[in-house]
Design a protein around this ligand. Structure first.
Ligand SMILES: Cc1cc2nc3c(=O)[nH]c(=O)nc-3n(C[C@H](O)[C@H](O)[C@H](O)COP(=O)(O)OP(=O)(O)OC[C@H]3O[C@@H](n4cnc5c(N)ncnc54)[C@H](O)[C@@H]3O)c2cc1C
Length: 629
């Protein structure tokens, strides 16, 4: 006998993905879930939690989710809850379309041609943080990169130990037969298949003509040295090119994509509801409250919180730990306001130091992007085939050439010499490092990584309606800057100074990347898709331009890579490290940091998938401490 069965409320909710908040409320009313509380009101909240997580961004929500399975956790996010915001949820509308989550910080004047440049850096401020607005390109650190991180005094952070944490976060969607036929591939053993973060190839994956042109031209420009990769996340992505996967949830039933931000992975879905989790939005953490133990160690006891809209400040207490996850731009500022940082600097602002830790805010670094490159399509090019008919498509082909692929053996050995004889003076004088050893050690590790298998640059091709963009990104910058508050007023942004391109080797890499961009535009079959004078039209130096001409162009056009890291680095304390391999702030008993600020070297070509690994590893270590192991 056949009967008609009504879909369960859970099924309705999964199908109506855009209405998740309403679904969660419905399910809660039906008594089907014990829902996480998301609120912007403090009056009804408890004042004490086992854990407090500062920030509600990419890493924060992942850590909070894992801790809240068995503990009470309060997350405090400065920005709003934008669960139903269509710009954020739809992967294809986020680029270039502002949302209430898009924010910019004005960087300190950076090096430019003939003087300095004032450049803003974009970041996300809402639940999910920057994962709610980013470009969703999925890439992982390399084996060589994680070896360098481990060698900075971080046992347990090599590729083999780190991989399981990235796998735990992930549900990888293998390419479907069409995507496979179009070039998408994967290696199953390096992926996870039941974690919260959806990772899949985009739909549609490619614009066929551009895909072919990009692959063939990459091959020619790098003289066949850059080979098709079976999987860009296998740890050996240097010297390869491939179609990218993205952090996107692909829903088989609906045949549609949705951004898999941290919020959509670890917070909103029904199966991620946590009765112990409270998320307070629209509130800023001004300071972390501390007490000093008998032995001189500092214990975090809670946080001082203020509503963004104005109103009375509140205090929340933590009985176990405080986890700082406000991102590479803001976490150092919160520590500094709390009296943790360079004691002399803090005193100059009238802040009483509770912990002298000179590395707070130092070792700040970001990749650069050469983005201002938009090559106009030739009238003869079949626009539909080249650009997918004017639809927004995600990155089509990405290439990760190594130093030897890009510079040849003479260039590589010249760069190696520069790296191994690096002068730390400028970084020291600007406060970018706290000891010259910090830079020479990092430079030697970067040189080793390049010798093994680390990408020197990343190049990707993306189509627009009438032009093709070729992006080049430096991957492992050596210039070091600072994040520093200049007032105790918590509503004022810190001074973020990336010191882009101030180290000679970074200019060498940028010039090499720019030269490859020029070569690509004049190399068939890619060049055949473009107008005849595409280089001049795009303002890019001609092939054969002098080094000075190329440097001038680089200095006039580069933009922030929006992958800032390192401002509370995980490395030895003597080198200016801020956190131990257990992510505990040195000199504290229970203050951890889990966000991009702990990453000591830019070994994640794109940061997000690696940061989910950091979050999973952080949560595991915190839970081990709670269990007394
Ligand atoms: C435009 C853009 C494009 C990008 N593209 C990619 C990409 O394609 N692929 C990729 O892998 N990565 C990409 N990234 C980088 C990646 O998104 C970030 O590195 C990553 O999300 C950072 O995670 P986080 O947890 O360190 O910080 P965030 O996710 O930024 O979270 C920090 C959170 O802390 C909150 N906060 C700050 N101060 C306070 C305070 N005082 N109190 C309370 N809350 C506070 C902020 O509002 C924010 O929500 C991109 C980033 C941007 C901005």
């Amino acid at each position: 006998m056949y009967g008609y069965k009504l879909p369960s409320p859970e099924t309705v909710c999964v199908t109506a993905m855009w209405q998740a908040s309403r679904c969660i409320i419905l399910l809660t009313l039906l008594g089907l879930v014990h829902s996480t509380v998301i609120t912007n009101e403090t009056s009804t909240l408890a004042t004490s939690f086992e854990y407090i997580v500062v920030g509600g961004g990419t890493t924060a929500l992942a850590v909070a989710n894992r801790l809240a399975v068995n503990h009470t956790v309060l997350v405090i996010e400065r920005g709003p809850d934008l669960v139903d915001d269509e710009v954020i949820n739809d992967p294809f509308t986020t680029f270039g379309t502002p949302s209430p989550c898009h924010f910019q910080i004005q960087l300190a004047p950076q090096m430019g041609f003939n003087g300095s440049r004032v450049i803003p850096m974009t970041y996300g401020s809402c639940l999910g943080g920057s994962s709610s607005i980013n470009t969703m390109i999925g890439s992982r650190p390399t084996y060589a990169g994680m070896s360098a991180v481990e060698a900075l005094g971080n046992p347990g952070w090599g590729w083999n130990e780190f991989l399981p944490h990235m796998q735990k976060s992930e549900t990888f969607h293998p390419p479907n037969p069409t995507q496979h036929a179009e070039g998408a591939n994967f290696i199953a053993v390096v992926h996870g298949f039941d974690g919260p973060v959806g990772v899949s190839f985009a739909q549609p994956l490619i614009a066929p003509t551009l895909q072919d042109a990009a692959k063939n031209t990459t091959n020619t420009v790098f003289e066949g040295a850059v080979a098709l990769s079976p999987d860009m996340g296998d740890g050996f992505s240097g010297g390869h090119y491939s179609s990218y996967y993205h952090h996107i949830h692909f829903n088989d039933t609906l045949q549609m994509d949705r951004r898999s931000s941290s919020a959509w992975s670890y917070l909103y879905p029904q199966d991620q509801q946590r009765v112990g989790l409270t998320v307070l939005v629209g509130h800023r953490v001004n300071t972390i409250l501390t007490s000093t133990e008998a032995g001189g160690n500092i214990t975090a006891t809670g946080v001082l919180v203020e509503p963004i809209a104005g109103g009375t400040a509140s205090t929340f207490n933590s009985s176990r730990e405080v986890v700082l996850s406000a991102g590479a731009l803001y976490s150092p500022a919160i520590l500094q306001r709390s009296g943790i940082g360079n004691a002399t600097f803090l005193e100059s602002l009238g802040i009483e130091p509770v912990l002298d830790l000179p590395g707070v805010g130092a070792n700040f670094q970001d990749q650069i992007l050469l983005t201002n490159v938009s090559f106009p399509l030739a009238p003869s090019a079949n626009i539909t085939n080249v650009t997918g008919g004017g639809e927004v498509l995600l990155a089509v082909v990405v290439a990760h050439p190594t130093a030897i692929d890009t510079l040849g053996s003479n260039g590589t050995s010249a760069m190696n010499t520069l790296l191994r004889n690096i002068s730390a003076e400028r970084a020291l004088s600007t406060g970018g490092i706290v000891a010259s050893d910090a830079l020479t050690t990092q430079a030697a590790l970067i040189a080793n990584a390049y010798e093994i298998d680390h990408p020197l640059i990343e190049m990707f091709y993306t189509p627009g309606p009438t032009a093709i963009n070729v992006w080049a990104q430096s991957v492992l910058p050596l210039s070091r800057g600072t994040i520093r508050i200049n007032t105790t007023d918590p509503s004022v942004d810190p001074i973020a100074d990336a010191q882009y391109l101030t180290t000679e080797v970074d200019m060498v890499v940028a010039v090499a990347a720019a030269r490859r961009v020029s070569s690509i535009a004049v190399t068939p079959p890619f060049s055949e898709l473009l107008i005849e004078n595409a280089l001049a039209e795009a303002g890019v130096p001609q092939v054969g331009a002098t080094d000075d001409e190329v440097s001038e162009w680089v200095l006039s056009t580069y933009t922030p890579g929006t992958h800032p890291v390192g401002s509370n680095s995980m490395m030895q304390r003597e080198l200016g490290g801020v956190v131990s391999p257990e992510l505990l702030v040195y000199g504290t008993t229970n203050l951890r940091i889990a966000d991009a600020s702990i990453v000591p070297l830019s070994v994640f070509p794109h940061t997000t998938l690696g940061l989910y690994g950091v979050a999973e590893k952080a949560a595991e270590m915190i839970l081990q401490t709670a269990a007394g192991n």
